[in-house]
Design a protein around this ligand. Structure first.
Ligand code: TXA
Ligand code: MG
Length: 339
């Protein structure tokens, strides 16, 4: 099981990790909750490779990991009560296993795939000293748990390698992936066993009241104590839930334009979002027909066409192998959103 090297968290290992991230590769990193599969948050292709390597069938938004409040504030657009609440929670629990979902600042250098096209962003300053050193040198990182989709979250470097490399565990994954996969994971840094073993608590600060989006190591009652609230709100429409009602689906869709899927040609008043070779495309998700590149461009191109004033977007057929399934899932939901 040597398909991904495990390196010590010394200067050599950390330099190798930072160098790999800088060229768009993925790196397994220890955090105090679980091991994360890291990519530079601003690198569209690298973020797309994270989804591909995990074999994720959907584009759920990812957490962007930062060193501290100052770096978080460069990515968040906070004012009023939410700002006060975010600062109070960060002061009490950062660095640590708390993720805050807040409005995203317009110019944030974060891939739109990382936030799944939402105008909010999930931010966490992890406590593990090794991941903190990598973020300090490389910049903000997306990091879902470092396991193939649907498998257990790893709490050791060996578990990361086992999940992606064990032929029995990884077989279906490799057959499914198409052009990207575990081979994009350059290395894993060994930071010992994770202290918590479960993913961070996620608190939403974008609505009327602070909301518990995911239970985790920090108890909701401790959050309430800091915010001086009797209770946290509970979401009934999680943004990544397939059964989410229309309000949330609309968030994932372009703001104004309607989508028409599997279109072989555009109508007269339609923009045409292409895939592969073709003459009449307004924009192309991937000229060479690569689903990983298409995923990297998906939200950015949809937004560009929407912002350019098109009210109808026809989308060329996209094959459903590898990340194509996640692309088609997201497009189908966006096409069904009410306008
Ligand atoms: O402990 C952790 O948080 C681990 C370690 C590696 O840091 N990371 C992790 O990442 O669990 P991930 O990407 O698997 O978790 C993302 C969670 C999901 O529940 C997702 O729905 C939520 O954060 N989330 C991310 N962005 C969001 C957003 N804009 N709005 C609402 N929820 C969001
Ligand atoms: Mg996970």
């Amino acid at each position: 099981m040597t398909c991904i090297p495990i390196l010590h968290g010394d200067d050599n290992g950390l330099t190798a990790a930072v160098d790999a991230l800088a060229v768009g590769q993925l790196v397994g990193l220890p955090t105090e909750t679980v091991y994360g599969l890291a990519a530079l948050a601003g690198d569209d292709m690298a973020v797309s490779r994270v989804f591909a390597a995990k074999g994720r069938p959907q584009f759920n938004p990812l957490i962007v990991h930062v060193t501290d409040v100052a770096q978080a504030l460069t990515l968040a657009q906070l004012g009023g009560q939410a700002l006060g609440q975010a600062l109070a929670l960060a002061d009490a629990f950062w660095p640590g296993p708390l993720t805050l979902v807040v409005p995203k600042t317009a110019g944030a250098d974060v891939s739109q795939l990382a936030t799944a096209g939402l105008d909010s962003i999930a931010l966490r300053a992890p406590a593990h000293p090794l991941v903190r050193k990598v973020i300090a040198q490389a910049g903000p990182l997306v990091m879902p748990s470092a396991n193939p989709s649907g498998r257990l979250s790893p709490t050791s470097a060996h578990a990361v390698v086992q999940g992606f490399c064990d032929p029995h565990q990884a077989k279906d994954l490799v057959e499914d992936l198409g052009q990207a996969g575990p081979w994009d994971i350059a290395l894993v840094i060994n930071g010992g066993l994770c202290a918590h073993g479960v993913e961070s608590t996620v608190i939403g600060l974008t609505g009327d009241a602070p909301t518990l989006l995911r239970a985790g190591p920090i108890d909701g009652r401790d959050i309430c104590a800091v915010l001086d609230l009797p209770a946290l709100a509970v979401p009934d429409d999680r943004p990544d839930a397939p059964q989410s009602p229309g309000r949330t689906l609309a968030h994932y869709a372009p703001a104004r334009a309607r989508l028409r899927l599997n279109a072989d040609a555009p109508g007269r008043d339609e923009a045409y979002l292409g895939f592969g070779l073709g003459l009449s495309f307004t924009l192309n998700l991937s000229l060479c027909g690569d689903v990983v590149e298409a995923a990297a461009n998906l939200f950015r191109h949809l937004k560009a066409l929407d912002d350019a004033g098109f009210r109808k977007i026809a989308i060329a057929p996209i094959p459903s192998h590898g990340l194509g399934a996640a692309i088609n899932d997201r497009l189908a939901r966006a096409a069904n959103a009410d306008k």
